[in-house]
Design a protein around this ligand. Structure first.
Ligand SMILES: *Cc1c(COP(=O)(O)O)cnc(C)c1O
Length: 462
């Protein structure tokens, strides 16, 4: 078994699997009630500490949560607003890169820096991005001495603002790759790099995709703060979560297992609806990726679903390995009936198509004057369907991106072109730096060998 620091630095297990804690700590009702009215950084420390064991000295985790959330542009960090009867919006996009990825990445960067410093080590952080993870990781790691950050994004498949947030950063330790493929191709290459153990050791590879457990962990916190703001634990709530890689909604499920009374967890997907199809039919089947106006969710293989399967199969690692092998071989697998029942007991999945996304942006703007980005609109539309079935349980839709990240889609739907906040006002004029590479793991390995300081200086694993 690995300690928290090992899991944090590794990202992906050496056998290709994903890490989960051996046991999930639970909170009693009084403790949950006691979170009400407290500062976000304080709640974060309290919820995360039981998972990190003795990894951080007393006071050190608190300094990290304080630092991570000081740069958010809202005093509540993740404010909750109301859109309608029992319909709420948890605004997770007030961080430096305007997407919810900042909530976890700002903390992850600080945790990694501390652990690397202690070990006197450097690392090469690699990440695949459908647009937002890359920017958030670059923002969190830029300029750090102990880290090189290499980000792979699908060439031509992210919005201009998303691209420029990655390519417009002038820091020597930031290396941006436009891969000639889809997000799933980027993610497959990152996994291949990790499974190539010699390369992994040579470059001290670390992963920051939501396959890194520490990211999921940091995301548990706002499920608590959102629910407690509506009266939890005395009142149950449901969550509608715009979903791609299943990391965010998995964090909600962990929060539920920790004792938070969550009624339904609703995975809101766009036209890339593998999860909605799987919950309907019991068959997880990869189809071609479709480009939508919510590109951060243009994903077919939802990596973190593997973690849920592991639990739904009663932690039967061999069974899950079998499913993953079938996925790699034939692009699909069948979920066993009992496991499927356990998943359906807690999760719903709702598919919102392009017209539905646009209609939701228009409707929310008309009814409440709130401008949603297309990802958040998928979540709000799914929340309305959940309310139609059960009007008495409040539904919190997660607001995953700021509308200014997707100005074209927002303008089409609402007639308003959202402005970038002041700290990004000059973004479109910044010089861009990136390298186009073919969809080929060997080409990416060569690129990393040449760019990363850990490899270039001939340093090896401590
Ligand atoms: C990453 C992202 C999602 C999907 O989150 P997952 O954890 O991958 O399911 C949804 N919306 C936005 C804006 C994102 O950046």
């Amino acid at each position: 078994m690995l300690g928290f620091d090992g899991v944090l630095l590794a990202g992906l297990a050496r056998d290709g699997g994903l890490y989960l804690p051996e046991a999930i700590p639970t909170l009693d009702r009084a403790t949950i009630a006691g979170l009400a009215g407290r500062r976000y950084a304080e709640v974060a420390e309290g919820l995360i500490a039981p998972f990190t064991g003795d990894c951080f000295a007393p006071g050190s985790l608190r300094r990290m949560t304080e630092g991570a959330y000081a740069g958010f542009r809202h005093p509540a960090v993740v404010p909750l607003s109301q859109l309608g009867d029992n319909l709420f919006l948890l605004e997770l996009f007030h961080g430096p890169t305007l997407a919810f990825k900042d909530v976890a990445m700002q903390l992850l960067g600080r945790m990694m820096e501390e652990v690397l410093g202690r070990r006197g080590r450097r690392t090469t952080v690699v990440g695949a991005t459908s647009g937002d993870t890359g920017a958030a990781a670059i923002e969190a790691f830029k300029g750090l001495d102990s880290v090189d950050v290499v980000i792979l994004y699908p060439h031509g498949r992210v919005s201009e603002v998303q691209r420029r947030q990655m390519t417009g950063v002038a820091a020597a330790n930031v290396h941006v790759v436009a891969l000639e493929g889809t997000f799933d191709d980027c993610q497959a290459i990152v996994k291949a790099l990790f499974n190539h153990h010699a390369f992994r050791d040579e470059t001290n590879l670390s992963g920051v995709n939501s396959i890194n457990w520490a990211r999921v962990l940091a995301q548990i916190v706002y499920f608590f703060t959102g629910a407690v703001a509506l009266g939890s634990p005395h009142r149950a709530v449901s969550f509608a979560v715009p979903t791609g890689n299943f990391g965010d909604i998995l964090a909600g499920w962990i929060a539920k297992r920790m004792g938070l009374p969550v009624e339904r967890l609703v995975a809101a997907t766009n036209a890339n609806d593998i999860l909605a199809r799987c919950l309907e039919s019991g068959r997880y089947e990869v189809q071609g990726v479709r480009a939508t106006q919510s590109p951060s969710m243009d994903i077919q293989v939802s990596s973190n679903f593997e973690r849920l399967l592991f639990e739904a199969y009663g932690r039967d690692a061999a069974a899950v390995r079998g499913l993953m092998a079938s996925l790699a071989q034939s692009g699909s697998f069948e979920v066993a009936g009992g496991a499927m029942d356990r998943i359906r007991a807690e999760f719903d999945a709702v598919r919102i198509d392009e017209a539905g996304t646009e209609a939701e942006m228009a409707r929310t703007f008309r009814d409440s004057g709130v401008v949603l980005d297309p990802h958040t609109a998928v979540g709000v539309a799914a929340a309305r369907r959940t309310l139609a079935r059960d009007p008495s349980t409040p539904v919190i839709a997660l607001g995953t991106a700021h509308p200014a990240k997707f100005p074209d889609a927002v303008e089409r739907a609402t007639g308003r072109r959202p402005a970038l906040p002041p700290h990004l006002a000059d973004l479109l004029g910044r010089e861009e730096r990136f390298t186009v590479l073919p969809n080929d793991a060997a080409a990416v390995e060569d690129f990393i060998r040449h760019r990363s300081g850990a490899a270039a200086k001939g340093e090896v694993r401590a």
